[in-house]
Design a protein around this ligand. Structure first.
Ligand SMILES: *[C@@H]1O[C@H](CO)[C@@H](O)[C@H](O)[C@H]1NC(C)=O
Ligand SMILES: [Cu+2]
Length: 227
């Protein structure tokens, strides 16, 4: 069997074992995280132009029961269920809820999302990521945020079968936050919309991570905004 064919078989075998991101910190599933379309199937979003690429919401407009209080600068865990079983990068985005709206119901539409964390790969006999196999990933709420309500978007892009367009798998959810104690100087310069931030042909999305082994990786989406 040629190497490329062997890799295709391997990738197909790895296609099982999907996952969700149902909770933050030590809280119950879907208490502060909006329930996702895949809450039972665990399956991914594959169309970057779909509205589902934003928060993968099963019931848009309904929101989650709670809004999680967090102090700016705190690092919290965003939890995966059962684990991040595919290779690929984790990223986090945050969006401030506009005045007069609530994190419980705001839809997150428009160019409102800032990337606050981007996981990068290790380079070896294939691309590998530290998130692979984990059941949670830490995210630091920027210490310079303005006080107020936010949506926090967790995204893991599984790249095991991303060598053809539409092959990348997006595992997503959004948590509802109320942030206090920030210094208030947050001024993100790279806000994007979902859908809109990604194209199916972006080099961080359309990529064979096994062969030929990439020697660089260009993440999808905007640069990380920092304080
Ligand atoms: C969050 O903080 C507000 C204001 O102090 C409080 O009323 C609310 O009960 C808190 N929510 C939770 C889930 O602790
Ligand atoms: Cu899967």
């Amino acid at each position: 069997m040629k190497l490329s064919a062997a890799i295709a078989v391997l990738a197909a075998a790895l296609a099982e074992g999907h996952y969700t991101f149902p909770s933050i910190a030590n809280t119950a599933d879907w208490q502060y995280v909006r329930i996702t379309t895949n809450f039972q199937s665990n399956g991914p979003v594959t169309d970057v132009n779909s509205d589902q690429i934003r928060c993968y919401e099963r019931n848009p407009g309904t929101g989650a029961p709670g809004i999680y209080n967090v102090t700016a600068g705190t690092t919290i865990n965003y939890n995966a269920k059962s684990s991040i079983s595919h290779p690929g990068p984790m990223a986090f985005y945050i969006a401030k809820v506009p005045a007069g709206q609530s994190a419980a119901t705001w839809d997150g539409k428009g160019a409102v999302w800032s990337k606050i964390h981007q996981e990068m790969p290790h380079f070896g006999t294939s691309l590998t990521w530290d998130s692979n196999g984990r059941t949670s990933m830490p995210v630091t709420i920027p210490r310079c945020l303005q006080d107020g309500e936010y949506l926090l978007r967790a995204e893991h892009i599984a790249l095991h079968s991303a060598g053809s367009p539409g092959g990348a798998q997006f595992y997503i959810s959004c948590a509802q936050l109320s942030v206090t104690g920030g210094s208030g100087t947050w001024n993100p310069r790279n806000k994007v919309s979902f859908p809109g931030a990604y194209k199916a042909t972006d080099p961080g999305i359309l990529i064979n991570i096994y062969y030929p082994v990439p020697t660089s990786y260009t993440p999808a989406g905007p640069p990380v905004d920092t304080c």
